[in-house]
Every structure is written in structure tokens, then in C-alpha cells.
Design a protein around this ligand. Structure first.
Ligand code: HMG
Ligand code: MG
Length: 305
């Protein structure tokens, strides 16, 4: 991979849809993932095999995963919290999983009912079995830039958790600003402590949410630090079901526009991603929040933005 290549990890079908108030049909989800595959995205997080009580939006994960068209060369990871999730993934023919923990004890307790140590105890058998099955495993560190319960989070705490994920066998670590609270000046320290803790820079992803409008600025800072893997969701899908209009992950279209303009190549067709967002926005009855999506739409209609 050249220094100018960036891998865009599409998380809309998982991180986006888990936060949408509407529960969509499997048909819509399959059409969405298939449109994202056709856009040339190299990695698409397809769904989650978590408790359907925790995330009813993704309760049909098996059905969706089995039915999506698996484009050769494209990876389709699914989120797995425990051995039960791994059993489901293996039965569905999943080749890649993502486990998730946090840099904040309180958030972890609320999200997966486990302390950080307990989450690692849960992951040990998951990793062992996944590796035996030849799966690739990503590990997420949530609340790396701040926590809704604990406030600020020390970059050293992020590094410790990220380093442990690599130690237990994760092939890649995604460091996440779960609640979209981070600013660019935090990025060098968070990346620095994570790399010092043993996560090679080429196995580190950054995962920004755009809740407060800082996601692209944070991506730009991540690029300066040498990170070349970024997570995003088509249309900027997601947000909070209880806060209409609140932003979700950084929008894939906005990320692609910025990367292309800065001279990075991704192999992804921006217009086709916007087409996938259109498929989904018709189903949820809401216009994508992506600014680039809106600009393209206005250009197509020959309206000023
Ligand atoms: P628990 O209640 O402590 O676990 O939940 P449990 O083992 O006692 O199970 C409770 C019930 O759930 C049982 O069913 C289990 O069978 C069932 P019951 O006997 O009550 O009928 N269950 C499952 N069902 C299906 N699939 C499974 C599964 N596991 C248990 N895998 C647990 C603990 C982790 C399961 C739960 O809290 C959970 O599923 N949490 C998921 C929460 C979640 O998905 N959050 C969003 C993803 S994280 C995120 O978005 C951040 C990220 O984007 C990065 C960032 O932004 O920073 C990744
Ligand atoms: Mg997220």
C-alpha cells in the first residue's frame, strides 16, 4: 500500500443502523450493503451479532449477512460481543469479526455490562476460537476522546486498552470518538500513546462521530499523524434516535471528498456511495446529513448549495 492510499471502513450498516429509531426490513439492509459493495468500498461492517434486546435494530443479522452479495476482495466484518455472538457468526459463515471494549469503565458497564478487565476475560475464548477458525479480528476502543459519564479520558488509558487488544491477537484496532466530542489537538496524543502501547500505525484505525462537527478536522489530524484507516458511514447515518438531526459517524461521502482533494486514493466511487445513501434515505424517510451528498444533489438539480 502506498503512503497515499487510505482504507475507508464503511460502518453504516452496523454503527449507523444501530442508532436509527426505525427498524428497517432485511430487504432494505441487503439492498444498502449491496449498493455499498458496488461502490468499491473495501470493508463493510455488515451487521452485529449482539443481544437483540440491546440492539433490536440489528436482530436480523444472520438473515442480512447470508443474503448480501459477497463481492470478491471485499471484507464483511460483523460486531461480536461474546462467545454467543461468535457462535452465530461462525454459523452464518462470517470470515471477520470485531470485538469492542472502551477506555472508560462506566461506559463499558453501560454498553456491554462488563468492566474493562471482564471484557478482556470474555474476549479470550472468542479470540482463541476465531483465530483457530482463521478469522481476522478487529478490536474497538470506545470513548477514546471523552466519555458521557466520566468526562475526559486520559490518552494513556486509551493506549493501555488498545495495546491489550493487540496482545490478545487483534489484527487491527479502531480507536473511537463514540460520542463525537473530540477535537484535533487531542489526536496526536491519542495516536501517540496508542502506538507506544504496541499498536503499529498501519494497524490503527480512527473512528470519528460528527456529533459536534469536528470529525473531518480530526481525520485531517489523524492523516498528519500517519493513520491510513478511517471508519465512516454512508450519508452520515446514525446519530441518536432521541435527538432528531444529531449527526452519526463522519459521512463516507464527506470523508471521500476530503481525501480525494488532499491527494489520497481510496478506490471508492463517491457518486455510487451517494447512490447507496439514497437507497437508505428513501427507506428511513430522512435526507442524509452528509454535506457532500447534499451538494451533489443540489448540483444535479442545478440549484445553488
Ligand atoms: P448481559 O445481559 O450482561 O449478557 O449483556 P448475558 O450473557 O447475561 O445475556 C443476556 C441475554 O442476551 C440472554 O438472553 C442471552 O442469551 C442474550 P435471555 O436468556 O435473557 O433471553 N445474548 C445474546 N443474544 C444474541 N447474541 C448475542 C448474545 N449475547 C447474549 N451475542 C451483552 C451483555 C454484551 C450481550 C449485551 O450488553 C449486548 O449485546 N450489548 C451490545 C451493545 C451494543 O451493541 N452497543 C453498540 C455497539 S458499540 C459501539 O457502537 C461503539 C463503536 O461504534 C465504536 C465507537 O463508536 O467508539 C464500536
Ligand atoms: Mg461508533
Amino acid at each position: 500500500m502506498s503512503h497515499q492510499h487510505v482504507t475507508v471502513v464503511e460502518v453504516g450498516p452496523r454503527d449507523g443502523l444501530q442508532n436509527e429509531a426505525a427498524i428497517l426490513s432485511a430487504d432494505v439492509k441487503v439492498a444498502f450493503v449491496d449498493a455499498l459493495s458496488a461502490a468499491g468500498l473495501p470493508v463493510i461492517e455488515a451487521t452485529a451479532f449482539v443481544s437483540p434486546k440491546a440492539i433490536p435494530q440489528l436482530a436480523d443479522g444472520e438473515d442480512v449477512f447470508r443474503r448480501i452479495a459477497k463481492r470478491p476482495g471485499v471484507r464483511y466484518p460483523v460486531l461480536v460481543p461474546n462467545e454467543k455472538g461468535l457462535d452465530r457468526a461462525l454459523a452464518a459463515g462470517v470470515r471477520e469479526i470485531a470485538v469492542f471494549t472502551a477506555a472508560s469503565e462506566t461506559f463499558n458497564r453501560r454498553n456491554i455490562n462488563a468492566s474493562i478487565d471482564e471484557s478482556f476475560a470474555r474476549f479470550a475464548p472468542v479470540l482463541a476460537r476465531a483465530k483457530t477458525a482463521g478469522m481476522r479480528v478487529r478490536g474497538y476502543v470506545s470513548c477514546a476522546f471523552g466519555c458521557p459519564y466520566e468526562g475526559s479520558i486520559a490518552p494513556e488509558a486509551v493506549g493501555r486498552v488498545a495495546g491489550r487488544l493487540v496482545e490478545i491477537g487483534c489484527d487491527e484496532v479502531s480507536v473511537g470518538d463514540t460520542i463525537g466530542i473530540g477535537v484535533p489537538t487531542q489526536v496526536p496524543e491519542v495516536v501517540g500513546r496508542t502506538v507506544e502501547a504496541g499498536v503499529p500505525i498501519d494497524r490503527l484505525a480512527l473512528h470519528f462521530h460528527d456529533t459536534r462537527g469536528t470529525a473531518l478536522a480530526n481525520v485531517a489530524e489523524g492523516l498528519r499523524e500517519g493513520v491510513r484507516i478511517f471508519d465512516s458511514s454512508a450519508g452520515g447515518l446514525g446519530g441518536c434516535p432521541y435527538a432528531p438531526g444529531a449527526a452519526g459517524n463522519v459521512a463516507t461521502e464527506d470523508l471521500l471528498w476530503m481525501l480525494d482533494g488532499m491527494g489520497y486514493e481510496t478506490g471508492v466511487d463517491l457518486a455510487a456511495v451517494a447512490g447507496a445513501s439514497r437507497v437508505l434515505s428513501a427507506a428511513i424517510g430522512r435526507r442524509p446529513v452528509s454535506r457532500v451528498f447534499q451538494a451533489l444533489d443540489a448540483a444535479a438539480a442545478k440549484r445553488p448549495v
